[in-house]
Every structure is written in C-alpha cells, then in structure tokens.
Design a protein around this ligand. Structure first.
Ligand SMILES: Cc1cc2nc3c(=O)[nH]c(=O)nc-3n(C[C@H](O)[C@H](O)[C@H](O)COP(=O)(O)OP(=O)(O)OC[C@H]3O[C@@H](n4cnc5c(N)ncnc54)[C@H](O)[C@@H]3O)c2cc1C
Length: 659
C-alpha cells in the first residue's frame, strides 16, 4: 500500500482481480466450465449444512427457495412482515431476456453487448455474458411457476422495448412485473418453508455480520417487534439486501430500503465497489414540495409510445401544453438522438431533461426557482393505437399518475423529471458472487456486478433472478464443499458474543444521545447534500465540499439526534431509521470520495469537467478502465482504493453513441 494520502482523503492499495471465471475458454463457455469445475456437495450432506440468506426480494427469495429445494438448511431473514413485501414488488416495467421472440435479430451476444455498452464499458465481461446467457432460462422458469406475463392475441409471450436497445426483449406483466415475479419466487419459497428446508425470520433486521477465523459465519439480527438481539450462525451467508438509493432521502425506492447489511459487511472486510455509480431515472413524477418523503416512478415502458418534449420558447412554458402547437414543441430526444429517440438509456435521457430545465424550458411548479419538469405525451399514441389499446398496455400506470397528480394523462401530457432510482455500485464480488470475506456472498442490487456505470431498464429483475435462481445455487457449492467437517459455531464463541455486544453498544449509544433533531431531519439534510453535489452531475470542488459537510452532519447526528421510545419491548421505527442513517452517513462520504477520485465521466457518473463538446460523458479508458473497490480501515480513517482492471477481450471500447 502507498503511504501517500491522495487529496487528503484516501490511499491506494494493491490491485485485485477476479480469479474464479475460467479465462482459458471462450467467453461463451465460461459459465458451463465454471459449473463443471465447481465441487459438488452430495444431497445427503446438504441437509447438514446451514446457509443464512438475508433478503427475500427477487434475488434473496429465489436464492433461498433454490437452496432449500437443493436440500440445504436455510434461514431466511427480512425486515418486512411477509417475504412477499420486499421492495422488488414495486418493479413495474419488465424483465429482459434474449429469447428473440420478435425475430428482430436478438441474441445472447446482443444482450451482452447492449449491457456492456449501456454500462459505458465499466462492467466485467464474464459476469455480463453469463447474465445474458441465463436470461432465457429465467423466463422459462417463471412461466413454469405461473407468472402471468403479458401475451399477444395468438397466445405467445409479448415483448416491448426499454432504453438503450433496438430490439424488443422486455417481458412484462402490465405495470406489475416485479409483483408477479415476486409472487412466483415467494410461492417457491413458501413451498420450501412447508417442506421444512427454509425457516423464515420476518421482521428481523440484520445489524451485524459475524466473522470467525476470517470467514463469514453468521449474523446478529434485531427482532424488530421486541427489540431483542439474536445471533444466528451458519456455514455461509448470502446477502440479497437491495440497493442504497435512499442515501439521497428522496428516491423511487421503498421507504425501508437501506444499505445497512452491505455497509456492516463492508466494515467487517468486504470491499465496496464503485459506490458513486447511481442511476437517476428520467421518468418520475416531479417533486412537489419540501414535506415529501418519496418520489414515484413512471415506468420506462412508457417511453415505448410516449413522446418527450418541452416548449421551444421559454415564454410558452406556463401555457396549457395542449395550446402549444406542434411547431413550437421540441421533441429533444428525437432531435438529438435520431436512432434511439425517446429510448436512449436512462443516464442520457435524465441529463438532457436537466439541460432543458437549466435552459429555462422546464414546465410545472418551480422548486428553488426552477421549473423542473418535461412533458411525456401520449396524444400521438392514442391517435395511432386508440385509447383502449393504450389503456390495455399502460392503464394502471395512468391511473397511478392521475391519483397522485389529479391530472388525466389521457387528456393532457404527463409531467416527469429524473429521480434517484437504482445503485449500480455495491459490495465487490468475484464471478462466484463471493465477496472479499470468504463465505460471504452478495446477490441482486446489493452487489456491483453487472451494470457498470449505468443499468439498462428491465435488467435489474433479470440480474436478481439470475443471481438467485442460477448463480448462487451453483457457486456456493464450491465453498460449502470445504465446510463439511465443520461443527456449529456455538452461541458463546467469543466472535459471536463480541458481534452481539458491539451491536448492543451501538443501540445503547444511539438511545443515549437524547438530542433535539429528528432522524428524518438529518436524513433530509444528507439527501440534499448528496443530490446537490453527488447527484446528476458532479464536480471536484462540490464533491470536496460535500465530504466536509457530511463529516459535520455525522457529528451532528451522533451528538444531537433524538430517538423517542424504547429500544426494547416495543417497535421503534425511529431507532430502526437511526441505525440505517448512521450507515448512510458513512456510505455517503465514500460515494463522494469515489466520485471525486474518478476523473472522467461514465454512465451515471457525470463529472462536469469531463464532457465532450456536445455535452456527452467523456470517458478516460486509459486511466479509469477499472472497478474501484474500497477497503474500510476504521472510523475516521482514510479508505484504501483497490483497482480491478477491466479487460475487454470481446468488445471493442468505443465512445458511446445513440445518435
Ligand atoms: C419503482 C421501481 C420500479 C422498478 N422497476 C423495474 C423494472 O421494471 N425492471 C427492472 O428490471 N428493475 C426495476 N426496478 C429495480 C428493481 O426493482 C430492483 O433493483 C430489484 O427488485 C432489487 O431486488 P433485490 O432482490 O436485489 O432487493 P429488494 O427487492 O430490495 O429486497 C431486499 C430484501 O432485503 C431485505 N433486507 C434489506 N436489508 C436488510 C437487513 N439489514 N436485515 C434483514 N433484511 C434486510 C428486505 O427485507 C428485502 O427482503 C425498479 C425499481 C423501483 C424503485
């Protein structure tokens, strides 16, 4: 490790690399080869092996059900009252798969290519290829479970398009794809609960990881109803705990989404990769005031038929949009990107919406003096397809929009604006999805693995189910096969006791502060800092400022937060939120450091200093074609950056163009 403190903020350590993907075979054979080389655990031995799975969204639910079905003994934890309430249920638009049902020249290779290009060449080739390869199996699996995907008149599964691609490969169930897929995974999970292989722990929040002899051996969970801390041990631990977009306070994520499990693992030795890669989704209902705690997504599928525009003249922005004639409208995505039009990737659509509003051509109410909204218009689609066809495709989304805004999108264009939606960064994993702590695996949005610097629409559900149904159940065997001789780690083992005591000490400290500020008021302040300085666009000066502001806010939190109620004997949501915010206050700082160190623009990471003449992201492949994996070194200590070089043997690195 170098002793130099870079920018006064971090040090650089040894490079790292994935060692699990077999690189001596062609890319298309990597996954089969890895599976073939993976040691197996025979069925009689599986029932002696315990696995902890935290999270029952699409990734965790699928993993727990599959591992249970294989005969392992699984303990599944989640903080909701039912496994089927995981945030995945909110997903609207669809799930990608390279089935080529539309005969539009789709293929595994094209899905792989689109995903690497969409991620602005910052993802690992081997992982992405596997994702594309497995995608077709996912659809078959879900259809077999009875997931009611939309069908065409003839009975075949229907497809639509999402951003960043020119084929139709997105399978959907109206605007409720996540819900229907999650019900499929949930049924599979409940079947295993009945069979006795999976034991569910609802309303249990993981607050600490137990590491023994350098390996992940269990978790400390807080029973949210009683406040009691409990410890659970196993042969390995799988975290499938979702994304950390709520670090921004306002996002499209469910209120409960948080980064605690991932951050606790990071503090125990798991490197955190590319934390600054955040996805800002272009089509959300604009913020309407200061008292709001949630933003609502309008699915990207709407960009299949809706047209995005702003008035050409700033003086028209206050007019009723229906009174603005065609010639005075600027369909700016169709104008700037004629090839992809309204279906450019999310990072590009979001930045252009911001540019239009910054130019003074935004519409709707002003927030901090600027109208932050653009139109998403269905008038042409209604004329072309008829109102009934539009309603059949998007009806529930239109109803949702009308309930929230009181505007009828069949009659007047929707108003939309970008909002924080997804985090491409996450815990670093190798090809097996194993972290830098042996025996700790991460699945779904909480790992960094597949989307590079920008995720394409409908690819998160694909990744969650790929990780859960296919990757984890195959790769954990390699690790578990070495653990057959292990005995259970006893509850009084010093590492188990220490992890529980640490978790208790943290809760005691939080409860003893007894200050004057609510958890939410501090969280909102953090969100504003993150949005202002580490949001849709960033610059070095702002990021340095943000690091200082977050440090001060963290001090304020640990000296002046007020948590009413008790830690035990009752539910205490303020305490739950405080624990999550404490972790966000550390993660937010790392996001800013990561964004500051990456002196280039790529995907969702747009540094104002690095742009092309046309205002597009300007990558620096010579110096930044790597995954930034950060190591925790202690509270208040500078983190260490480990670089994993990204090697492109199959795809040529190019300036991304959707024109
Ligand atoms: C509004 C919206 C719409 C979307 N639409 C689409 C779409 O159409 N297509 C697409 O591909 N993607 C979509 N996405 C993204 C996608 O929904 C998510 O990326 C994906 O569902 C994440 O799944 P997951 O299994 O990784 O995590 P989640 O579904 O977030 O599940 C996390 C699980 O972890 C548990 N958990 C977390 N922390 C703890 C802890 N400390 N202790 C115990 N349990 C814990 C939770 O209880 C939960 O069970 C959308 C996202 C949003 C916000």
């Amino acid at each position: 490790m170098s002793d130099t403190l870079i920018d006064g903020l971090y040090r650089e350590g040894e490079k790292i690399a994935d060692t699990k993907a077999p690189l001596d075979v062609p890319l298309s054979q990597c996954w089969s080869q890895r599976k073939f080389n993976t040691p197996l655990v025979n069925p009689a031995n599986r029932r002696k092996i315990k696995i902890i799975v935290v999270g029952t969204g699409l990734a965790g639910g699928a993993a727990a059900a599959s591992l249970g079905e294989m005969g392992y003994h699984v303990d599944a934890f989640f903080y909701q009252d039912s496994a089927r309430r995981a945030h995945s249920i909110a997903a609207q638009g669809g799930i990608n798969a390279a089935k080529n049902y539309r005969n539009d020249n789709d293929s595994v290779y094209r899905l792989f290519y689109d995903t690497v290009k969409g991620g602005d060449y910052r993802a690992r080739e081997t992982n992405v290829y596997r994702l594309a390869e497995v995608s077709a199996n996912i659809i078959d699996q879900c259809v077999a479970q009875g997931v009611p995907f939309a069908r065409e008149y003839g009975g075949l599964l229907d497809n639509r398009s999402f951003g960043g691609v020119q084929v139709s490969r997105t399978f959907y169930a109206r605007g409720q794809t996540g819900q229907q897929l999650l019900i499929g995974a949930y049924q599979a999970l409940e079947r295993q609960v009945k069979a006795g292989t999976v034991h569910e722990h609802p309303r249990h929040e993981m607050v600490e990881l137990i590491v023994h002899d350098g390996r992940a051996r269990g978790i400390v969970a807080r029973d949210m109803a009683t406040g009691e801390l409990e410890t659970y041990t196993a042969n390995c631990v799988v975290l499938a705990t979702g994304g950390y977009g709520n670090v921004f306070f306002l996002s499209t994520n469910a209120m409960g989404c948080n980064g605690t499990a991932a951050w606790r693992a990071h503090r125990k030795g798991a490197y955190f990769a590319n934390p600054c890669y955040t996805q800002i989704h272009p089509t959300c209902i604009p913020q309407h005031g200061d008292q709001q705690s949630k933003l609502t997504l309008m699915s990207e599928s709407l960009r299949n038929d809706g047209r995005i525009w702003v008035p050409k003249k700033a003086e028209d922005c206050k007019k009723d949009p229906r009174d603005i004639p065609e010639e005075d409208r600027d369909y700016y995505l169709e104008r700037i990107y004629p090839s992809f039009g309204n279906l450019v990737p999310r990072d590009i659509a979001s930045r252009q919406a911001k540019n239009m509003c910054d130019e003074g051509r935004g519409v709707g109410p002003e927030i901090d003096g600027v109208a932050r909204g653009v139109y998403l218009d269905f008038a042409e689609a209604i004329e072309r397809m008829g109102r009934d066809a539009v309603s059949a495709k998007y009806g529930n989304l239109f109803d949702m929009y009308q309930r929230i805004t009181d505007d009828n999108p069949y009659e007047t264009p929707m108003r939309i604006y970008p909002a924080v939606h997804y985090t491409m960064g996450g815990v670093w994993v190798d090809y097996d999805l194993e972290t830098t702590i042996p025996g700790l695996y991460m699945a779904g949005e909480c790992n960094f693995s597949d989307h590079g610097a920008n995720r394409l629409g409908a690819s998160a559900l694909m990744q969650g189910l790929s990780d859960g149904y296919w990757v984890i159940p195959n790769t954990v065997n390699a690790y578990l096969a070495q653990t057959l001789a292990w005995s259970d780690l006893p509850q009084d083992d010093p590492d188990v006791v220490k992890a529980r005591e640490d978790a208790q000490a943290r809760i005691d400290k939080l409860m003893s502060i007894d200050g004057t500020r609510s958890v939410d008021s501090i969280h909102k302040e953090l969100g504003k800092i993150m949005w202002e300085y580490c949001g849709m666009s960033r610059n070095a000066e702002g990021l340095k400022r943000a690091v200082q502001m977050i440090r001060e806010l963290r001090k304020e939190f640990w000296t002046n937060v007020r948590i009413p109620g008790k830690a035990k004997g009752e539910m205490n949501q303020s305490l739950e939120r405080a624990g999550r915010l404490a972790d966000f206050l550390e993660l937010g700082e790392l996001m800013c450091i990561d964004a500051l160190h990456r002196n280039e623009s790529c995907g969702g990471h747009f540094r104002e200093e690095y742009q092309t003449e046309e205002g597009e992201a300007l990558r620096d492949d010579e110096n930044y074609c790597y995954v930034a994996a950060w190591e925790w070194t202690g509270e208040g200590q500078p983190p260490i950056l480990h670089k994993e070089d990204l090697i492109y043997n199959n795809i040529e690195l190019k300036q991304r163009s959707y024109k």
